[in-house]
Design a protein around this ligand. Structure first.
Ligand code: ADP
Ligand code: MG
Ligand code: ZN
Length: 493
């Protein structure tokens, strides 16, 4: 038995204006303020394609290693819902912009798996029904006509872990490429998993002579990672129960595909419709729109905007900068944060120190503010200056955290701040010597253990280091303290 899942992912593109009109593409405005005759479906209004939306979509296609067609067209997909008043959605049916790509998704234990992407096509989003009016349902058409990229995978996902990792990798990719905010709460990214179980040899999925599928469940419109995770778990369990009770009767061949919905309150799914009620969308080419021709010049322009992809960047950080898997991962969540690190390194700072600063106070501030590390407002110059001060022993780690915060507040140079706050480490040797002597005088026992090479000498040395730091009020550079202590506590033979 093997769970089999294919995902459809809808990604709203972060263009300034909508897909086929010039209305603002923006979440959270007053209802129906971003509308015009085109996107509310007035007869006779003529759509005009948004080139940027096509560029963004092709960027995603290329990053997924898809074939991006040089010729695509627009089709009308008929459906009748209040949130789509023209009674059809403009989409791409038989000629999607991108097809046949892959996404490599990381899994536990350093493994990864290549998931095939079947297609990625561009369409327009529908409006939204609003249920918070007592006794009535409203329709907000601000979202109608927002460019929507639909990405469809092959049924290559075989566990909840793989589904979740794919979803997260896709979110990271579209953010990285700068084509979507991919904010789940704002509906920028929605998932529709198709879930079934292969009953038979897991090595021979799709070989009808060696097994069969349970009915494929398609779960519509999941708008959080949690909903996707809970749904996938729930449906797999449901199928297992059905198999136990109904055996072979619970098969795709006998029952067919079904649409189910997810309920947040119960964290479970419910039946919506079966295959006999399947929609007939009556796709046909939209006569109001000209086909899209992607010529070589345009293709090159789009390709040039892609740059290094997140997984490649992460691998480079581990290799070139000697960062750990976790550090490299955290610094490649979005391109601007990685760019900040790269620029600071280019300015001559040590990569590991920069990474520590960004993942220490940088990440803490980002969490407090709910933004990315790049957005907290430190420039690569300031980051590099502070990292260099650490490398040169001008400040210690705890001082650097205070300075980091002040740099964010004021934008001033770390040197100046360190001076102002009295955080500059003292490199004057007589001063260091004084602190070291104070530490030794205050701790004769440990000092003796070090001198005699006692078996506790190492711990005693660490204790004395701490004492020097205390006497110096944190100002003594650790390297200087260590050297001076060693000199003063020469072993006795
Ligand atoms: P169509 O919409 O053309 O009928 P499919 O049903 O083949 O296309 O695919 C729709 C989605 O269902 C795709 O994401 C695909 O990966 C997935 N899918 C196909 N077969 C299965 C299966 N046996 N179990 C789960 N998902 C499947
Ligand atoms: Mg669909
Ligand atoms: Zn409009």
């Amino acid at each position: 038995m093997l769970p089999v899942v294919g995902l459809e992912i809808h990604v709203e593109l972060a263009t300034q204006s909508k897909m086929f009109c010039r209305c603002r593409n923006h979440f959270g405005d007053a209802p129906n303020t971003n509308t015009c005759p085109v996107c509310i479906g007035m007869p006779g209004a003529l759509p005009v394609m948004n080139r940027t939306a096509v560029e963004y979509s092709a960027r995603v296609g290329m990053a997924l290693g898809c074939t991006v067609s040089d010729f695509t067209k627009w089709d009308r997909k008929s459906y009748y819902y209040p949130d789509l008043p023209k009674n059809y959605q403009i989409s791409q049916y038989d000629l999607p912009l991108s097809k046949e790509g892959v996404l490599d998704v990381p899994l536990a234990g350093g493994r990864s798996k290549i998931i095939r992407v079947r297609r990625a096509h561009l369409e327009e989003d529908a409006g939204k029904n609003v249920h918070d009016i007592p006794g009535a349902t409203g329709v907000d058409l601000n979202r109608a006509g927002v460019p929507l990229l639909e990405i469809v995978t092959e049924p290559d996902l075989n566990s909840v872990e793989e589904v979740m990792s794919f979803a997260r990798s896709m979110q990271r990719l579209v953010r990285w490429l700068g084509v979507s905010h991919a904010n789940m709460q704002m509906g920028h990214m929605r998932f529709e998993p198709n879930i079934s179980i292969w009953v038979g040899d897991p090595a021979k999925v799709f070989d009808a002579s060696s097994g069969y599928f349970t009915p494929i469940f398609e779960i519509k419109n999941l708008n959080s990672f949690r909903a996707l995770e809970k749904t996938t778990e729930w449906v797999i369990e449901y199928h297992k129960t059905q198999l136990r009770q109904r055996g072979q009767g619970w098969s795709e061949a006998q029952i067919g595909k079904q649409n189910w919905g997810y309920r947040d309150e119960t964290e479970s799914c419910e039946f919506q419709r079966g295959k006999e009620e399947a929609h007939d969308y009556r796709y046909f080419p939209d006569p109001d729109l000209v086909p899209v021709v992607v010529d070589d010049a345009w293709r090159e322009k789009i390709r040039a905007a892609i740059g290094e992809l997140p997984l490649a960047r992460k691998a480079r950080y581990m290799q070139e900068y000697q960062l750990s898997d976790k550090e490299a991962d955290a610094l490649t969540q979005e391109a601007p944060t990685g760019d900040l690190l790269d620029s600071a390194v280019k300015a001559g700072a040590d990569a590991k120190r920069c990474a520590n600063l960004l993942l220490g106070r940088g990440s803490a501030i980002a969490n407090e503010r709910g933004c990315t590390i790049a957005e907290i407002g430190i420039t690569s110059e300031r980051l590099a200056e502070l990292a260099k001060m650490l490398s040169e022993g001008k400040v210690n780690a705890s001082a650097s955290a205070k300075i980091f915060d002040r740099v964010i507040e004021t934008g001033h140079a770390p040197e100046a701040i360190a001076g102002e706050l009295g955080l500059l480490a003292v490199s004057d040797n007589t001063q260091v010597e004084q602190w070291v002597e104070q530490a030794i005088a205050a701790n004769p026992g440990p000092a003796d253990q070090v001198r005699t090479g006692d078996k506790k000498a190492k711990a005693a040395f660490g204790f004395l280091m701490g004492s020097v730091m205390k006497f110096s009020g944190g100002k003594c550079p650790p390297a200087a303290a260590k050297a001076m202590l060693e000199a003063k506590l020469q072993p006795k033979n």
